[in-house]
Design a protein around this ligand. Structure first.
Ligand SMILES: [Zn+2]
Ligand SMILES: [Zn+2]
Length: 274
């Protein structure tokens, strides 16, 4: 089976440490055929193209690595946008200027009361069920608006707050109460040909779940979804491609027979093997 990992970070992301070259070497060692370098850019930080220099450099570095590592490894340019929906006009300017192979668009922070920092930095330990529920409602509201109107190719880690609420703070949150909202999101991405990512980064760690859960992946398939990608969401070279085969097997077991990668904003199917 060919292995294309559609979600990875290099040191051009604020929270990652490896160079593009280290990522590529690790990807080859992990048996991958291709990777996307999808460094972070949060749209609320957009203050003209000068503010995006690290992404310009990330894309430049990925293009150079594509030459250096061909034909052993295919490199694709990408970006993981955060909070694009907070300013659609700026997101469009940014994507037009960067012109990557693939755009991942994520919700990492929510327009929830006055708590607007990234949920990876929120201390949920003292939050009660009602507050957590309010937060999840707002999270899915932001995501719905994003998938309806943004220029994007992949929806990453659909139930990401659970990684923190449950994995870090043991809140026992479930996505079941939000199944109607999630259905609406899934129907929208199916209609708009936006891929759903199976994020495999947390397998074997505290949260120890696929993101989204396999129940949601199964529901996506039931609703007619076929366009899936696999992302290790590596922030360290040693994490690239990790759990890739577990993700591929999980998709196969759910009945998917192919997954995808993107080049020039177009999806390409790859056969899954059981
Ligand atoms: Zn993310
Ligand atoms: Zn990421």
């Amino acid at each position: 089976m060919k292995r294309y990992d559609s979600h990875n970070h290099s040191a051009f992301s604020h929270d990652a440490v490896c160079t593009t070259e280290e990522l590529c070497k690790a990807a080859i060692a992990a048996g991958l055929d291709g990777i996307v370098i999808s460094d972070h850019f949060n749209i609320p930080q957009f203050k003209g193209m000068d503010s995006t220099a690290h992404i310009v450099d990330s894309v430049k570095s990925a293009k150079q690595a594509a030459k250096d590592f061909a034909p052993r490894l295919a490199l694709f340019t990408g970006v993981e946008l955060g909070e694009a929906v907070w300013n659609k006009a700026n997101a469009d300017i940014f994507i037009g200027a960067i012109n990557p192979d693939v755009v991942l668009s994520s919700v990492h922070a929510v327009r929830f009361e006055d708590v607007r920092k990234s949920f990876s930095r929120i201390d949920f330990s003292e939050w009660d069920t009602e507050q957590l529920d309010g937060y999840m409602q707002a999270y899915f509201r932001d995501m719905q608006e994003m998938v309806e109107c943004m220029d994007m190719d992949i929806l990453p880690h659909l139930d990401n707050p659970l990684k923190y609420m449950n994995g870090r703070y043991n809140k026992g949150m479930d996505t079941k109460p939000y199944c109607r909202k999630i259905d609406r999101i899934l129907n929208t991405i199916i209609e708009r040909r936006i891929a759903l990512e199976l994020n495999v980064s947390q397998i074997g760690l505290a949260y120890d779940n696929f993101m989204p859960t396999l129940n949601i992946m199964a529901r996506y398939k039931e609703l007619g979804g076929t366009l899936v990608t696999i992302g290790s969401d590596a922030h360290h070279a040693e994490r690239v491609g990790i759990n890739f085969d577990k993700g591929a097997k999980a998709l196969y077991d759910l009945g998917f027979r192919e997954y995808h990668y993107f080049k020039n904003r177009e999806p390409y199917a790859v056969k899954l093997e059981g």
